[in-house]
Design a binder for this molecule. Sequence first.
Ligand SMILES: [Zn+2]
Length: 405
Amino acid sequence: MYGKRIIYAFMSIIVLLGIVAQGSPAQGQSEQAYGDIALDHISHLADEIGERVAGTSGEEQARDYLYQTFKDLGYDVEVQPFIFGSNGQESSNVIATKEGYLDTEKQIIIGAHYDSVRNVEGVDDNASGVGVMLEAAERAAAADSPYTIHFIAFGAEEVGLRGSHYYVSEMTDIEIESTMAMINLDSLAAGDYMYVHGGIADGSIREMALDISDNLGIDLQINPGLNPNYPEGTTGSWSDHAAFENAGIPIGYFESTNWEIGALDGYTQTEEFGSIWHNPARDNMAFIRENLAERMDSHIKNYAQILTELVHELVAPPSAEGIRTAIEELEAEGEIDNAEAIRVLQIHLIAVGQYENQGEVEKVIRHMGGFQVLLDHQKDQGMISEEAYEQLSHESDLLIQEWER
Ligand SMILES: [Zn+2]
């Protein structure tokens, strides 16, 4: 017996080492270290293509590169052209989609603009954001996802956020309501510090990213709110998150800069060199490799890992724990204010959670059926709002779908 226990202990250590060696499930199938995939794309966009001004051949070359890259990763890819500017110039968004396997409209969006201003290679602004997005897309490519994921390369950001505004203007109301998060990546390589910003009304995505970076031991910061125009943890509407935030979608926005210098508005990126973005003498590979190579490698590696984990968490399959959190949020919004109703629902879900942990498929499905009956009763008794009933019924149905798969 004692001998056996030693063998079991030894075997579990082997298995554990195997998992560590393989990396977390979020790391996806890629063996490459975090950041390597992104850095390859950054050097292609900056070195091979260079300047990518909206409506020019440089932007078109990048568009085609993005289209082929997403295609090669197995995503459904759509090019969404739009007209901008007084002369009817054309640009495009490149939209890569992984359809979710559950019967729901729920989706998340990860976006980065691929155009640049004139006379720069746009390493920091914004080959860095595009590169990190492509790495997250590659790491998410192989795994099935319960919810739909869109990776979007926006065109014409530098001439008035045209691509993202156009994309949002084409979204249906259901698409807007069903978008659980929009994550914007803009200028990640050169700034003194790594930041994540949340929306004025909703900071939940920012908080998720901060929890992930804490667990990873990465120094991800927030705007300290030194400038009264930009409250702590938020930012200005100067990048592609703005149209989504205006539509009421929870946003997270990653950028590298320094919010504690200059006008305290995050515009001055570095103490030593001032701003890198939009500066022909700075935002190019030669300058960055000469002066900021280590910083770029470190920021890109860290952002690639944080984003990959964040996507993984945002599309985690439905669970009793997830529905319990939804009830807490509905209570906070005043959609459920009956303490007895909440207590009964939470107790039911605690039991389902135990069956989930034991892998008791039949019991999970049967008890979620019971949960639906409970919701019906509580709605009839006016103990929960129509909104709460609709949302929890949908979540309950998704959890059953997940276990019936
Ligand atoms: Zn930018």
